[in-house]
Design a protein around this ligand. Sequence first.
Ligand SMILES: [Zn+2]
Ligand SMILES: [Zn+2]
Length: 280
Amino acid sequence: MNLRLGAHVSISGGMDKAIERQEEIGGNCGQIFAGSPRTWSVSEYTDEEGQSFQDLRDEKDQNPYVIHSTYLVNLATPKDDLFEKSLNCLQAELDAAGKLGVEFVVFHPGAHTGSGRENGIERIAEGIDELDIPGNVTLLLENTAGKGTTLGRSMGELRQMIDHADTPNEKIGVCIDTCHAHAAGYELREQEGFEDFLQEIKEDVGLERIKVLHLNDSKDEKGSEKDNHEHIGDGNIGEDGFRNVVNAEEFEKLPMVLETPTSNGKSYKENLEKIKELKR
Ligand SMILES: [Zn+2]
Ligand SMILES: [Zn+2]
C-alpha cells in the first residue's frame, strides 16, 4: 500500500524549505502556493530552480505536488478586468507548475456575483479554454462550500464546467475537499450517505477525473456553506467521516493533502498521524 499523504506547506525561505517542512511532518506529497495567496503576484522560476525542486522531491520521495491558486482568482466573474487578471494569474501559476515539475494546479471556480449560474459556468469554461496548460500539468477544479453565488458546490456543476470547455478532457480534473463537500451538504459521516456521495462523484464527474483530495474537517454543520477548516477528527465530519474517506477504495490511489489550521492547536504532523490511525 503506497499511501500518498502530505500537507500544504509554506515556500517562505525558498522551495527547499517547503520540502524540509514536509519532511518534518512526515509527508510524502504536498501542496504549495506559487506566490502570495492574497495578492496577484506569482513567482517566476528558472529551469535550474525547477530542476533542483524536482530532484530534491525525488530524493526525499515527495510526489506528487499541487500548486494551489490564489484566492483572488475568479473565472466566473462578469467583470472583464477581473476575468483578465484571473486568467493571467492562473497562467503564471500553470507556467510555474510546468517549470517546477508540479503535476497539478488547483483553483476554486469562482462566483458569478449576479450574472447567473449558467453565465458563470460558461465564463469558467471560456476561461479554461484561454489557458495554455503545460504538457506535464493537469488543471483541477476544486469543489466549493457553495456560499452565495459561488459555483462548484455540486459534482454536477463541476461536470458542466468541464463539458462546456473545449480543452481536452485529460487536461482538466477535479480536486475534492472534504470540508467543502460537507459544507455543501454532502454526507461523509454516515455510511449510507457517503455511498451516495461516491455514487454522485462517479455519475456526475467520473472517478477518473478525481486527481487529489483535500482532507479538512469542518467547524460547521453539514450544509452550512461555511468554509472553516478544523483539525482531522475534531470537527463535524469527525473520525467516522474520515474513516469513510481514507478507506474508500475509490480514493485509494489519490494523493491526500491536509489544509488543517496551522495557527492554533494541533500540528500537521498530528493531523497526518490521525489519518494514518484511521486508515485500515
Ligand atoms: Zn481545499
Ligand atoms: Zn476551504
